[in-house]
Design a protein around this ligand. Sequence first.
Ligand code: GRF
Length: 207
Amino acid sequence: MTQKRRVAILISGSGSNMVALVKSMQDTDHPAQPVLVLSNRPNAAGLVKAEALGVATAVVDHRSFEDRAKFDAAMSAALAEHDVELIALAGFMRIMTDAFVESWSGRMLNIHPSLLPLFKGLNTHRSAFASGMAVHGCTVHEVTPALDSGPILGQAVVPVLAGDTEETLAARVLRQEHRLYPAVLRAFVDNANAARTQRIALSDPDF
Ligand code: GRF
């Protein structure tokens, strides 16, 4: 078998997508392996979950650096130390410099909790709710310097139901994030070019 691709997952919070990705890579046939979970927050709950799953962790606390370039340099050092080949952002709440993003061009994915190009940035569930749309969802895309705008690799759609609140809607989307991100990561590692053209489209089983 060829060498498994070495993946780092970057988090800032609870890390539920990270857990879904790590578990998916536990499959012996999987073409990738999680070699590092890196957080910019020392108290991110996801760090404890990563340790419990036996994945190496690192903290690069953005508050310790005077600017983004120095923060990115410290992240680059941690990634190099673990020979990382591919980055999966999973609830990583820091904007990175264009230079850092460009250095990972074609090798960095993100999950965003909306059907891009709708609702870029923060508060996506509130925006979806306020829009009056009947559907909402999540997107996995390649990361480019323009925020939440890189090529779309996969999307999952959920209904907005009568009686939903922002919280129930967010939870419904998150369940689909945990299906979508592992599916896209695997397809991307298998063949990035094919993943770019044969995008994955999932829908909530309750539709
Ligand atoms: C997810 O909704 C993800 O789409 C967004 O931040 C949230 C992270 O959740 N970028 P978790 O840390 O994976 O539980």
